[in-house]
Design a protein around this ligand. Structure first.
Ligand code: ADP
Ligand code: MG
Length: 250
């Protein structure tokens, strides 16, 4: 079962994974209210409007009726209403939806986390999935965040880091540190990434997930590590153990 980004982020947050905060909305008026609330909660004055559909590639995708992209930036509260209107109710076509596209019923109004500061914000790729051939979970990571991992695998396979988890002992500290180190992180950002990987792995195990893909994971200019996007696939065979998760089906 596939769940929406806003649901995936709430789920991850429950396990201590840091996320880009957001509020889901179904109308332009709700989106404006959500933005006001986010401004009070986080101080952000820029907002990201993100179509909630069961497909990726939204940033580059287009809403057929209006030409809007599926992920857009609103640089003031006034922009939130009209820009939300251009996405809501439309048909979003991305490289993952097929030409017929998907109807957008909800958008996530999210805080801008690419603010300037001491260092440049930097995007990474992180996923956890079952390696069927080896019969254990594997963490995959890359410095090429924001790009399709299939493209990275094809063009620069050496940029994909893999760490296999022994099911008997679980994720070990040295493994999380190794991944963070191989991503080129240091200091506070390295520590934050280690925590991020541990929380994410715990969430993965406890939800009987079949795949988590966080693309991008962002290192903010003040060295926080946050999930900006979240794709969560739950194992249909494990769902009977998770009545709460079953309620997330759309
Ligand atoms: P998708 O993978 O469906 O295209 P994402 O949530 O990954 O959707 O967003 C697409 C891209 O939008 C991200 O890779 C990121 O570069 C950009 N983006 C997301 N949030 C922000 C933001 N707050 N400011 C600037 N760019 C953003
Ligand atoms: Mg993404």
């Amino acid at each position: 079962m596939n769940i929406h980004e806003y649901q995936a982020k709430e789920l991850l947050k429950g396990y201590g994974v840091k996320i880009q905060e957001g509020i889901v909305a179904e109308t332009a008026a709700d989106a404006t209210n959500a933005a006001k609330k986010l401004n009070e909660m986080t101080g952000t004055s820029w907002f990201v409007l993100k179509a909630q559909i069961h497909a990726g590639g939204r940033g580059k995708g287009q809403v057929q009726e209006t030409g809007s992209n599926g992920v857009v930036l609103a640089k003031s509260l006034d922009e939130v209403g009209p820009k939300s209107d251009a996405i809501l109710g439309g048909t979003l076509v991305t490289h993952q939806t097929g030409p017929e596209g998907k109807k957008v019923n909800k958008i996530l109004v999210a805080q801008d986390v690419y603010y300037p500061g001491d260092s440049e914000p930097k995007e990474y790729y992180l996923s956890i999935l079952l390696d069927r051939a080896k019969g254990c979970n594997v963490i995959m990571a890359s410095t090429e965040g924001g790009m399709d991992i299939e493209t990275v695998a094809e063009e620069t396979p050496e940029k994909i880091i893999k760490e296999w988890i022994d099911p008997a002992v679980g994720l070990q500290g040295f493994q999380a540190r190794k991944v963070a180190f191989q991503l080129g992180l240091e200091g506070q950002a390295l520590k934050e990434m280690v925590k991020f990987i541990f929380s994410l792995y715990k969430a993965y195990e406890n939800t009987d997930a079949s795949q988590f893909e966080i693309n991008p994971v962002l290192k903010t200019s003040d060295n926080q590590i946050l999930a900006v996007d979240a794709k969560v696939n739950l194992d249909d065979n494990g769902l009977f153990r998770h009545k709460d998760l079953l309620a997330l089906r759309d």
